[in-house]
Write a protein of this length. Structure first.
Length: 204
């Protein structure tokens, strides 16, 4: 079976991009990273992509008349590279059906909470404010809603009495670096099926 062809979307530092790229380089993940998509020309993730030998499609949203306009151009880039899976890794743009619908069931995101708890922005702060004892990380499929798609994988992170947002963020990010490559590996193995809201992982 040919290696899964992925595109990573990111807007910032690119720590999850680096984790995935390292896993590929070390032979731990049987995928090829075909493209980085980035909406911020000054983002450090662009240099990470360059170092990894990954092409980057970098754009400024304000140069386009609408979200649909730049997403149409991104879609052309993805199709030209025969991308199988979109991996959102800190991409801070709202997606429209222009991009979501062609990749329904083939686009995943990572979120710093145990969904469906604390969707949206500042999930770590939300968890602390609510006083929960356990939060975590979720990898889910993108369905066009707010962190509402079928859940592929989760891992729990305990909250201690001493935690503040900074300390909890460190442990959440460490959990992300463990979970995201594993979730991509499951998809690459061809063992994942989506049935409504349920995601099943079986043997190939």
């Amino acid at each position: 079976m040919a290696a899964l062809r992925i595109a990573i979307f990111a807007s910032g530092q690119g720590t999850n991009f680096q984790t995935i790229a390292d896993a590929v380089r070390e032979g731990k993940l049987d995928v090829t990273i075909e493209l980085l998509v980035c909406d911020k020309p000054s983002a450090p993730v662009i240099e990470r992509a360059s170092q990894a030998g990954v092409d980057a499609f970098v754009f400024k949203p304000k140069d386009y008349p609408s979200r649909e306009a730049y997403e149409s151009e991104i879609l052309e880039e993805l199709r030209a590279r025969q991308v199988d899976l979109i991996v959102l890794a800190g991409y801070m743009r709202i997606l429209t059906p222009t991009l979501v619908e062609p990749f329904m069931g083939r686009m995943i995101n990572i979120h710093p909470s145990l969904l469906p708890s604390f969707p949206g922005m500042n999930a770590i702060g939300q968890a602390l404010e609510h006083g929960v004892k356990i939060t975590g990380v979720t990898v889910h499929y993108v369905d066009g809603g707010l962190d509402s798609g079928p859940i592929l994988a989760q891992t729990a992170v305990a909250i201690t009495e001493e935690d503040d947002e900074a300390s909890l963020t460190v442990r959440i990010q460490a959990a992300e670096r463990e979970l995201y490559p594993e979730a991509i590996r499951l998809i690459a193995q061809g063992t994942v099926t989506i049935e409504g809201r349920r995601v099943a992982v079986g043997k190939r």
